[in-house]
Design a protein around this ligand. Structure first.
Ligand code: NDP
Length: 322
């Protein structure tokens, strides 16, 4: 079968499209024929080595498709079931062997490709808005990269729960996309100082929560945009990792809270995984949350897809089709 393998860390050129043996299901595993694999920023961090991983790996953390074989002791999924999963290396491939207890069966109304586009980023937006900081109508949230994969979903979910949403992004086209997803105000942080704009839009008060996965370039401005006792959620490094912080910096700005969450701690139990996945699918079916696929690429073009994602040229979700 074809797969995208990584043998050394580096740029998009280290993604190798090659033939490898089709996987057999081990005990507790199911083999999934991948219909679509989600492209996520985390794939780039594993490629560059920002997130440590023992090589070689098959790249890709998200896939959806059909179960073609199950191993010993598997209950709950059978051959022929349509499923999706995230958090396991190897989805940039025609087939993947996956721990069966990480698979989520798809409701009939959710097309397989849509599921591939909603697992990782959808459940991320879910935990950020439902668990890390539970937004409601009393809150104003600042969401950076609001037209990205996570961004558009987080905007929609924060609006669903009644928050006022201030988004940031780089272009007018992206701003229009975020506005259509529900953002109340969008700041072009490539043209305007988002910190002072955010203060102006909140009558000098600041926001209750900042969701910041841009990282290095927005870090200080994000801290400065919070109201006293606000919550800083730093959850990514699209522009580079954030520098170390002295706790007194939080005191100086009015007793801020700071957290650096990761999806995988929020879906570690089967119960949490099923709660988040079923909410995301339910909200998609209800039309509260729209999945925007910003591009589909053949599996062999994985390097092109990652180049565009890293180059800020995308909106919503990118998919690879094996
Ligand atoms: P996006 O589709 O959001 O793409 C990243 C966006 O970040 C770009 O489109 C761009 O938007 C913005 N950006 C700002 N500065 C830069 C820069 N220097 N280089 C590249 N992009 C930049 O990607 P994802 O939805 O896949 O992920 C978004 C972020 O969320 C990532 O940091 C990712 O690691 C993080 N994440 C964290 C998770 C967690 O649980 N901790 C889970 C999932 C994602 P613009 O052009 O508008 O500035």
């Amino acid at each position: 079968m074809k797969a995208i393998r990584i043998y050394e860390h580096g740029g998009p050129e280290v993604l190798s499209y090659e033939d490898i043996p089709e996987p057999e299901p081990g005990p507790g595993q199911a083999v999934v024929k991948i219909e679509a694999a989600g492209v996520n920023f985390i794939d780039i961090y594993f490629r560059t080595g920002l997130y440590p991983v023992e090589l070689p790996i098959t790249n890709g953390q998200e896939g959806a498709g059909t179960v073609t074989a199950v191993g010993e002791g598997v209950a709950g999924v059978s051959v022929g079931d349509r499923v999706a999963y995230t958090g396991i290396h190897g989805s940039y491939a025609e087939y993947a062997a996956v721990a069966a207890n990480r698979l989520v069966k798809l409701p009939d109304a959710i097309a397989t490709k849509r599921a591939a586009a909603s697992m990782l980023q959808g459940m991320t937006a879910h935990y950020l808005s439902r668990s890390t900081f539970t937004v409601d109508s009393s809150h104003t949230a600042l969401i950076h990269a609001c037209a990205g994969g996570v961004g558009l979903l987080l905007v929609a979910m924060a609006k669903k729960f009644g928050a006022r949403v201030i988004g940031t992004c780089s272009t007018e086209e992206k701003a229009a996309k975020a506005t259509a997803a529900g953002a109340d105000e969008v700041i072009l942080y490539t043209q305007q100082d988002f910190e002072s704009e955010c203060r102006r839009l909140t009558d000098g008060e600041g926001v209750d929560v900042v969701y910041d996965a841009v990282g290095k370039s927005t870090w200080t401005g994000s801290l400065n945009s919070l109201k006293p006792r606000g919550m800083m959620v730093t959850f990514g490094n699209a522009s580079g990792p954030v520098p170390p912080l002295a706790p007194l910096e939080l005191t100086k700005r009015g007793s801020l809270y700071l957290t650096r969450p990761s999806l995988f701690a929020y879906v570690a139990s089967r119960e949490d995984l099923m709660w988040r996945a079923s909410d995301v699918f339910k909200w998609i079916q209800a039309g509260d949350v729209k999945i925007h696929v910003g591009g589909e690429f053949p599996l062999s073009d994985a390097s092109e897809a990652q180049t565009r994602l890293a180059g800020r040229q995308t909106m919503g979700k990118l998919l690879l089709i094996p």
